[in-house]
Write a protein that binds this ligand. Structure first.
Ligand code: HEM
Length: 358
């Protein structure tokens, strides 16, 4: 069994939106050598992030690595994260949240594209021959933090302790404390259709004003607005949030305009509920009109181990008890499951590179 005190060691994930992000999804090749190579790679990731990040102080380089349910079973076996399962599809026909292949997710962020590029190159070099990349998206931060559709994105994200509370696994799955779940979807937009709508119609679809990014009054905001369908309450009426770090991407020359959706949470259920509300509707039929102009072309759910667990996974094979080098982690039982770094960044299974000089 994995000692909880070790899995909980804080790791840095920058909650600040960086200028650049690479999203790489890969499948693991079907042989024991490839699986062994991926396991060994788990212990390398932190060193690579550190080495690449050092070259640009303040470049804010980080990398989050996640594993799908199938990948977890193939690579590591038992114990497994309690809420990890294959991506659940929602909707039908044209409006469907589809599941697509993917064993490993790499979410690489930095304030410079060259840092993302170099880290991706180094990470992939170590995985050469062991994985097949099935999707790769290079996202950029848009003016005013605006999504491809022209609205400010990320406004309602939780910050600080609230973000930790909503994203980092604690006692509910003590063996995997310090970890997180991440759901990704690549969306392509019909920008011609979207831009042909009057701004007021777009505002009803999102539930906020376009220029100033102010939430519409309850009396004006439709029940099918994106904001209404993605706002969730628990049984006590408290709002349940997720942490999003969506990025626009595209190739104007090819007519490609997209949003890479990425949402972190301590349990996949709230993100899945949002997807159901968006794609099926609440009640069914009262769906998210953003989907009349946006099509999900990928979908994956991944577990993000805490940093020490990621390193320890290098030695965890199916059928073998995990081993953790206790001496290499100086965390004590009394430390919190996660913490906010001095730079305000969060801890959810990511590895951050260069120190920040500000
Ligand atoms: C086509 C892809 C998407 C685009 C362009 C998009 C864009 C936006 C925008 C512009 C906002 C308003 C500003 C903000 O609070 O961030 C927003 C809010 C939000 N979105 Fe999305 N979104 C997309 C997909 C999704 C998906 C798939 C989910 C969840 C599964 C989601 C969950 C949320 C949540 C929770 C909020 C905050 C709602 C609130 O508290 O008012 N979004 N999104």
């Amino acid at each position: 069994m994995t000692p909880a005190s070790l899995t909980q060691e804080p790791q840095s994930v920058s909650s600040a939106v960086t200028r650049s992000a690479f999203f790489i999804v890969a499948t693991i090749n079907e042989d024991a050598t490839s699986r062994a190579a991926v396991r060994a790679w788990c212990a390398d990731v932190a060193n690579l992030v550190r080495a690449v990040g050092k070259r640009v102080p303040g470049g804010n380089l980080s990398c989050v690595v996640g594993f799908s349910s199938d990948a977890w079973d193939k690579l590591f076996g038992e114990p497994r994260p309690a809420a990890l399962h294959p991506f659940r599809e929602f909707g039908s026909g044209e409006r469907k949240a589809i599941a697509t292949p993917g064993d490993i997710l790499m979410h690489i962020r930095a304030d410079q594209t060259d840092l993302c590029f170099e880290l991706a190159t180094q990470l992939m070099k170590r995985l050469e021959g062991a994985v097949t990349t099935v999707d790769e998206v290079h996202g950029f931060r848009n003016f005013d933090m605006r999504a491809m559709i022209g609205f400010v994105d990320g406004t309602e994200n939780p910050v600080g302790n609230e973000a930790v509370h909503f994203t980092v696994i604690q006692d509910e799955d003590a063996e995997f404390a310090g970890g997180s779940y991440v759901l990704v979807q690549k969306y392509l937009h019909d920008m011609k259709g979207w831009n042909a709508l009057p701004v007021e119609a777009q505002e009803h679809i999102i539930g906020r004003t376009k220029l100033q990014d102010i939430e519409l009054d309850e009396g004006v905001k439709p029940s099918w607005s994106h904001s209404s369908l993605t706002t969730l309450d628990d049984a006590q009426g408290n709002e349940i949030k997720i942490l999003r770090d969506n990025m626009p991407f595209g190739r104007p020359g090819q007519g490609e305009f997209g949003t890479y959706f990425i949402g972190y949470a301590r349990d996949p259920q709230p993100i899945e509920q949002m997807l159901e509300n968006m794609f099926v509707g609440l009640p069914p039929g009262n769906y998210d009109r953003l989907l009349d102009f946006s099509r999900a072309v990928t979908g994956g759910l991944f577990f993000v181990p805490s940093q020490p667990l990621l390193e320890a996974l290098a030695d965890q094979e199916p059928g073998a008890a995990p081993t953790i080098d206790v001496d290499s982690h100086d965390q004590t039982e009394s430390e919190p499951a996660t913490a906010i770094s001095a730079d305000g960044s969060l801890a959810i299974g990511s590895l951050k590179g260069a120190p920040r000089y500000e």
